[in-house]
Design a protein around this ligand. Structure first.
Ligand code: PLP
Length: 391
């Protein structure tokens, strides 16, 4: 490959672009994780994380990727053979369900199949829960933002369906690709465990993940019998009270986290969400202007953090991605699982301004044209108008 000038465009839906300020913060010397300076940092971080999750309760930080936090959510709250209801919204909901099955949970009875173009359906949930009069279902798992499809499930409506049914199941929500990008409120929406990761809306490299934990989930953890050692919340929460961890924490990623949280506070979460919504709207305007189809089929469920674009029959999404990488030094997300080759995904989350998005969409348009995909050139103009005319 010829040497490149300028910055690579990392427009996959995570890991996202890490701001220079965050990289600089992480380059500080590693300090004693049992010393007073580190304890003070931990205590500040645990407080600063709360508004991002929308919680007054504990947030557990793991030196692990999002997959670890998935496992932590399950093993801390459930016992072997417990029934778990899940929705097939896409690749990640399927992986989480497979993990639950491997851990010895019962995931077959209450599985809700899906077409990978819609989110979790609150009406179906209401029916399933109403039928479960014996309250055998112990947890409902929902992926808030399906990174494989660009569909965001309506968590408040999911909560309402559970409340209406008067069902006591725990609500476990994956926000790996929505936290810090799409409006999310752990406490207000009555979520019991929120799963998150560092490498998307939080603008950090991969390597940290999180569980925000409700009182009800904490109570469930006292009787949950799935084996756990590393993932056990309680020793972590106990050690955190004094600003320490029961293992060696990821010191330098935590420096980065403090800076990333400061940046989110400075912009203001409502502005962060509005920026993501604007970029998502501009991207959809481009896709529709090109005459292509957005994968998400429900107007209420478009993701603010990424857009999956469906290819016309006879065209390979991976070919388009390859051309864009070679010609314009930009990475886009591949289609995952059953969508391989059929979609490409434009990540528009994290550290991103209007002109970076405009450049991204320009690269996509040129790549589609070079790949011989029939597209209308008005797509890019439609996106620019959306960006220009936004309030
Ligand atoms: C929605 C969602 N959940 C879970 C995961 C798994 O997280 P990780 O790859 O950090 O283990 C991902 C990864 O992209 C994701 O997008």
């Amino acid at each position: 490959m010829t040497p490149r000038t300028g910055r690579h465009f990392l427009q996959i839906p995570g890991p996202t672009n890490v701001p220079d300020q965050v990289l600089r913060a992480m380059s500080a010397p590693t300090i004693d994780h049992r010393g007073p300076e580190f304890s003070a940092l931990t205590l500040r971080l645990l407080d600063a994380l709360k508004p991002v999750f929308g919680t007054a309760g504990p947030v557990v930080i793991y030196p692990a990727s999002g997959t670890g936090a998935w496992e932590a959510a399950l093993v801390n709250t459930l016992s072997p053979g417990d029934r778990v209801l899940s929705f097939e919204t896409g690749h990640f909901s399927s992986l989480w369900r497979e993990m639950a099955t491997s851990l010895g949970l019962e995931t077959g009875t209450d599985f809700v199949p899906g077409d990978w173009r819609h989110g979790a359906d609150p009406d179906v949930l209401a029916e399933r829960l109403a039928a479960d009069t014996g309250h055998a279902i112990k947890a409902v798992c929902v992926v808030h933002n399906e990174t494989s499809t660009g569909v965001a499930s309506r968590i408040p409506e999911i909560r309402r369906a559970m409340d209406k049914a008067g069902h006591p199941a725990l609500l476990l929500v994956d926000t790996v690709s929505s936290l810090g990008s799409i409006d999310y409120r752990h406490d207000e929406w009555g979520v019991d465990v929120t799963v998150a990761g560092s490498q998307k809306g939080l603008m950090l490299p991969p390597g940290l993940s999180f569980n925000a934990v409700s009182d009800k989930a904490l109570a469930a953890s006292r009787t949950a019998r799935l084996p756990k050692v590393f993932w056990d919340w309680r020793p972590v929460i106990e050690a955190n009270r004094k600003g320490s961890f029961p293992y060696t924490p990821a010191t330098n990623l935590l420096y980065g986290l403090e800076e990333a949280l400061r940046m989110l506070r400075e912009e203001g979460l409502p502005n962060v969400f509005a920026r993501h919504a604007r970029h998502a709207a501009a991207t959809r305007a481009a896709v529709r202007g090109w005459g292509l189809e957005v994968l998400c089929q429900d107007e209420r469920e478009h993701s603010g953090s990424l857009t999956a674009v469906l290819m016309p029959d006879g065209h390979d999404a991976d070919k388009v991605r390859e051309i864009i990488l070679q010609r314009f030094d930009m990475s886009l997300g591949a289609g995952l699982g059953r969508l391989a080759g059929r979609v490409f995904r434009i990540g528009h989350l994290g550290h991103l301004g209007d002109l970076t998005l405009a450049g991204t969409l320009a690269g996509v348009q040129m790549g589609l044209q070079l790949a011989g995909v029939p597209v209308e050139p008005e797509g890019l103009g439609a996106a620019l108008s959306t960006l220009r005319d936004a309030e």
